[in-house]
Design a binder for this molecule. Structure first.
Ligand code: NAI
Length: 404
């Protein structure tokens, strides 16, 4: 890896090339490693870098963070962030970003495909044709046009499914725990029960939280229309699988498409076992709702953009372990960023340093959580570096930098 005087970013685990391209255009030196580095490799590598980009296999442990040198941000070029010790990162003043919504369109498209596939029994017809059986029959096959789709969870994915479904002539109803603006002609209903009773297709797009655990079980399946379909591309714990199997066997539910399971194989090498296997009109997919080339590219761009905004202007909006601050850029000033332990009196100490220097604060924004405070200040350029040096000296200061 050649060393230049540009700020350096390390991207590991074959992150989509668009991220490197994007960051290089912005003046960074980007080095690539194709594998997931071990703890020791990371400790040896990262002190020379300003930012680290990983995917799901690189473990950023407390020990790595203890030795992270000049790293100010870590980007998870994926959805999950549990491979990073978020609390240790916060205590070291390292903001962690991810890309939770770059794959929403991919999930929405899969759901639309599955609605039609279920309605036409494509899974079964396809496998039987492969086995040499010719099942030419219209029985039980229906168009989706004019049917009612019920969406549970009208967030990033649910609302996109809504738009796509309407364009194919479905009536869309949705239920969300929070009041949401309906898009197009979609209509919100007051309860999950109402949605279940009124829909020909139910698709689930809620997060995995306490309230959504086992949200669809025996009672809810019984409320669904006879002959209706269930699609789950949210999280496996939302549906009680045994109850779904019973509803399918009794033919009350005419079919289902499931992409997520309560227990999923940890890798492609492990065997997948589910009570839903070998049932009629059941489409099973290996958690691929968001797995497309377009989503990988969008993830590359989303996290690279988070790096750019955090490194260049200190915007931490979207950080998963850090107070979110997004202060507009003020022309003719310099910006100083400080992360400190959130203890009484810290801000007073910082402001004393500023007033002693006779510096005028043009803008200041502080956001805190239980452990840290993140302070963004715009000051006259002539004062910025001296102020930063004095603030670094404070006992409770964790990280200070001048970004422009
Ligand atoms: P989001 O956060 O944008 O939307 C979730 C919606 O569910 C919100 O509007 C929220 O108010 C609503 N909600 C929460 N609790 C609820 C409850 N008890 N009842 C009704 N509504 C409730 O999330 P997004 O991005 O749309 O993702 C939805 C789900 O899809 C998540 O579980 C996510 O993990 C999953 N997902 C699955 C993928 C796959 O590969 N199959 C890929 C990406 C996301």
């Amino acid at each position: 890896m050649k060393n230049t005087d540009k700020p350096r970013i390390l991207l590991v685990e074959n992150i989509h090339p668009i991220a490197k391209e994007f960051l290089e255009q912005d003046g960074y030196q980007v080095d690539l490693i194709s594998h997931a580095p071990t703890e020791d490799e990371l400790i040896a590598l990262i002190p020379n870098y300003t930012a680290l980009g990983i995917r799901s296999k690189t473990e950023v442990t407390a020990k790595v963070l203890e030795n992270c040198g000049g790293i100010v941000t870590i980007g998870c070029f994926c959805i999950g962030t549990n491979q990073v010790n978020l609390s240790a990162a916060r205590q070291k003043g390292v903001a962690v970003f991810n890309a939770p919504h770059s794959n929403t369109r991919s999930v929405a498209e899969l759901v639309i495909a599955e609605m039609i596939a279920l309605s036409r029994q494509l899974g079964d017809r396809n496998s039987r044709a492969h086995q040499g059986e010719w099942v030419k029959s219209a029985e039980g096959s229906k168009e989706v046009r004019g049917k009612t789709l019920g969406i549970v969870g009208y967030g990033h994915i649910g609302s996109q499914v809504s738009i796509l479904a309407e364009s194919m002539g479905l009536h869309v109803l949705f239920y969300d725990a929070v009041k949401k603006l309906p898009l197009g002609n979609a209509r919100s209903v007051h309860s999950l029960d109402e949605l279940l009773a009124a829909s020909d297709f139910i698709t689930l797009h809620v997060p995995e939280i306490q309230e959504t655990m086992n949200m669809i079980g025996k009672r809810e399946l019984a409320l669904m229309k006879p002959g209706s379909y269930l699609i789950n591309a949210s999280r496996g714990t939302v549906v009680v699988i045994e109850d779904l199997v019973a509803a399918l066997k009794s033919k009350h539910i005419a079919g289902c498409a499931v992409d997520v399971f309560p227990v999923e194989p940890a890798s492609n090498k492990e065997k997948f076992v589910s009570p839903l296997q070998n049932l009629a009109n059941v489409i099973l997919t290996p958690h691929i709702g968001g797995s497309t080339e377009e989503a990988q590219k969008a993830i590359g761009m989303e996290v690279a953009e988070s790096f750019r905004r955090y490194l260049k202007i200190g915007s931490s909006s979207g950080a998963v372990n850090f107070p979110n601050v997004d202060l507009p850029v003020k022309k003719g000033t310099s910006r100083l960023l400080n992360v400190h332990r959130n203890e009484p009196g810290v801000l007073g100490e910082i402001n004393t340093i500023i007033s002693r220097a006779g510096a005028n604060i043009e803008a200041q924004f502080l956001s805190t959580d239980d452990e840290i405070g993140y302070l963004v200040m715009d000051v006259h350029s002539k004062h910025a570096n001296q102020l930063a040096q004095d603030i670094v000296g404070l006992k409770r200061s964790i990280r200070t930098r001048v970004v422009y």
